[in-house]
Write a protein that binds this ligand. Structure first.
Ligand SMILES: [Zn+2]
Length: 333
């Protein structure tokens, strides 16, 4: 009351005018300096945001969500079809058809239940994107879209890209060199008895001793040596830091390829070691695995503190290894 009575009406208009001018300036400043508008998939670690400059591509940004378990149950058929759709769309000049986004969209549509998967859903979705619709708009009302993007994106983001020959396609390789026999089944989560009661957090590829093992994805050799469970094993971290590929039970005496060294980088498709049956022993270089096989693991590292911690995120690789079968490397190096 005191203020109102002491300030004359004319002055109020001046104050209002200045305030309005200030507000307009703020809006203009925001327009000029604000980052490209992003679709808020905001929780805590890595995050996928819609990058307007790239037009319709979700990009991995800083994350904040604590992810302690990832149930990756996208069927092989869906992975394969989605991948093919992205590759063919790219070759036709459609940059906005992205398999990770499409799979995340379908996971939302199915409420996470992939037994509802129908190939026509994927085809129809790719068609919508090709006619210019944007995933940002299509997925707008899907509250779980970011949830699946973060998980599927962490697993699959290094899989597709421009190959050395300039073609767009699969950059990752099947871990057994071409021409070598193997067999496998869906064995993720089966119980294991050595040491303590553990679940099998990987995928076994049965193959003969000496079968060349190739790097699935390019990265840095983070770990190389003996472990009482894995025996001679190699751990390779993808260049984006998100994926830790683990290859275990390698051959006694000569487990590793001579070109491989801890801290050095490896290319996808490069021979890194040989199948064996070492492990389940505190003593180094001991064969204690009955049936020779490659134990393959994929750990997602959302939080470096949990890399060797309690909440390790390991992925079921059965569908992924089937997908990788399309790309087998020759053991020439
Ligand atoms: Zn295993």
């Amino acid at each position: 009351m005191i203020i109102l009575t002491t300030i004359k009406p004319k002055k109020i208009f001046v104050i209002l005018g200045i305030t309005a001018l200030f507000a307009v300036m703020l809006i203009l400043m925001w327009q000029i300096f604000a980052p490209p508008s992003t679709l808020g998939l905001n929780v805590a670690g890595y995050e996928f945001v819609f990058n307007e400059e790239e037009n319709s591509q979700f990009v991995l940004a800083e994350l904040a969500e604590e992810i302690r378990w990832v149930n990756f149950d996208v069927p092989y058929e869906a992975l394969k079809k989605a991948m093919q759709l992205e590759i063919s769309a790219r070759n036709d000049g459609h940059e906005n058809v992205n398999w990770i986004e499409m799979l995340s969209y379908l996971a939302c549509k199915y409420w996470g239940n992939w037994s509802n998967y129908r190939e026509n859903d994927l085809i129809a979705l790719a068609e919508r994107l090709k006619t210019g619709e944007e995933m940002r708009q299509i997925s707008e009302d899907m509250e779980q879209f970011g949830y699946f993007m973060r998980r599927y994106g962490a697993i699959l983001s290094g899989f597709l890209g421009e190959c050395e020959d300039g073609e767009y396609g699969l950059l990752v390789y099947f871990p057994i060199a071409t021409g070598y026999r193997f067999s496998h089944s869906d064995d993720f989560g089966h119980s294991r008895s050595y040491g303590y009661n553990r679940r099998h957090l990987g995928h076994d590829l049965m193959a003969s001793v000496g079968t060349p093992v190739v790097a699935i994805e390019s990265g840095i050799v983070e770990v190389m040596g003996w472990n009482q469970y894995g025996g001679w094993r190699i751990g390779i971290r993808s260049h984006d830091g998100l994926r830790y590929w683990y290859y275990a039970h390698l051959r006694k005496d000569t487990p590793f390829h001579t070109d491989i060294a801890e801290g050095e980088s490896v290319r996808a498709g490069q021979v890194i070691g040989y199948v064996g049956r070492t492990g389940y022993s505190r003593t180094e270089n001991v064969n204690n695995i009955r049936v020779p096989h490659l134990h393959l693991g994929l750990q997602l590292v959302f939080d470096e503190a949990e890399k060797d911690g309690y909440y390790q995120v390991w992925i079921d690789l059965y569908a992924i290894t089937r997908l990788l079968l399309q790309n087998r490397a020759a053991a020439i190096n």
